[in-house]
Design a binder for this molecule. Structure first.
Ligand SMILES: C[S@@+](CC[C@H](N)C(=O)[O-])C[C@H]1O[C@@H](n2cnc3c(N)ncnc32)[C@H](O)[C@@H]1O
Length: 329
């Protein structure tokens, strides 16, 4: 006899296009190699034929022609009728260093991370200790990649979901390039921010604050967020992408953060976070593979341990991020 069906017992999760997913690795590789070897940069400087590009970069002409077809298929480049290839507006937006949505460092960082994914079999057999490659890479590229990832919608989304009316001084823990702080400062003219990050981040954060016309309202404090004095006088704080799962010292880090804030301070947490059933979102699961990731209930647990009141899941972002708030007792 057929098993009794139930509606609630029916697994109806949307199935991603598995074939397409398995092919995307190749697209990512083509796009990343085009950055590593200077193809995007050359096309930004000047439209060129495959023949010319191959000669300029010392490549095989036929393989260059083939690569350009892949790049044009992404929508970032375009074959002109005369055979030259130029960047489209989307391509210029991504690869012109003066573009407000520049993506060069993001792409370079993605290539570094991809190297670690190539070593997945070793990692599965040997555990995280067998990790080779795929680490944060060069510090400047890593920090500026965080800007590239946040400026394409995430920072705007965060600021649109957080009310800081009446708040005066934000501590941005592990704030990196400061992009999320800048979005909050733009939305709250009375607010100022202190970015706390490793000392080598300071010139990057300062230059970036100046680029957004916010140098006067942004201070930088260098140190190790797990060891050093975080300063004081903060009535709100942001912990964005610095609480990456249980193996990452995240609970103790959040406690230290809460202890540095004034009573009643608002704590904003943004991170990749898995659904409690462990079935996605995909971006959070991918992030958790190499770095670490909390489930929603685990994030609530470390918020409770840090003594935060009114723990709230404010919003879920399209790219696997979740936004939480809590209040310092
Ligand atoms: C994943 S990035 C997040 C940057 C930014 N908050 C964001 O969401 O885009 C982590 C940041 O923490 C900083 N960081 C890492 N370890 C640190 C430590 N021990 N003390 C202070 N900052 C640290 C890194 O330099 C980097 O800027």
């Amino acid at each position: 006899m057929a098993e009794q069906r139930t509606v609630l017992g029916t697994d109806a999760r949307e199935v991603l296009d598995f074939e397409l997913m398995s092919l995307y690795q190749r697209v990512a590789r083509a796009v990343q190699v085009a950055w590593e070897l200077g193809v995007w940069q050359a096309l930004l400087a000047e439209a060129r034929s495959a023949e010319r590009l191959a000669a300029d970069l010392g490549f095989d002409e036929e393989m260059t022609r083939r690569l350009l077809r892949v790049l044009a298929s992404t929508g970032l480049a375009w074959h002109e009728p005369d055979g030259t290839v130029r960047l489209t507006q989307a391509g210029r937006d991504a690869f012109d260093p003066d573009s407000p949505v520049y993506y060069g460092d993001g792409l370079a960082h993605a290539a570094t991370v991809a190297a670690g994914w190539n070593a997945l079999p070793e990692l599965l057999r040997g555990g995280l200790g067998a990790r080779r490659g795929g680490g944060p890479g060069d510090h400047r590229t890593f920090v500026m990649a965080m800007q590239d990832y946040s400026i394409r919608g995430r920072a705007q989304w965060l600021a649109g979901n957080i009310d800081l009316t009446g708040r005066r001084h934000l501590l941005d823990l592990g704030g990196g390039p400061g992009t999320y702080s800048f979005a909050l400062l733009e939305a709250n003219p009375e607010l100022r921010a202190t970015i706390f990050d490793l000392p080598q981040t300071e010139p990057l954060a300062r230059d970036n604050a100046a680029r957004y016309g916010l140098a006067e309202r942004v201070a930088f404090r260098g140190g190790d967020y797990d060891q050093d004095d975080l300063g004081g006088g903060y009535d709100c704080a942001l912990a964005s992408n610095v609480l990456h799962g249980a193996h990452h010292g995240s609970g103790a880090r959040l406690k230290r953060l809460a202890a540095a804030l004034e009573p009643g301070a608002l704590v904003i947490i943004q991170d990749f976070v898995l659904d409690d059933d462990g079935n996605g979102p995909l971006a959070a699961a991918m992030f958790g593979m190499y770095v670490g990731v909390f489930r929603v209930e685990e994030m609530f647990a470390i918020m409770a341990e840090a003594g935060l009141l009114q723990p709230t899941l404010r919003a879920r972002g399209a790219a696997g991020s979740a936004l939480f708030t809590g209040i310092v007792a």
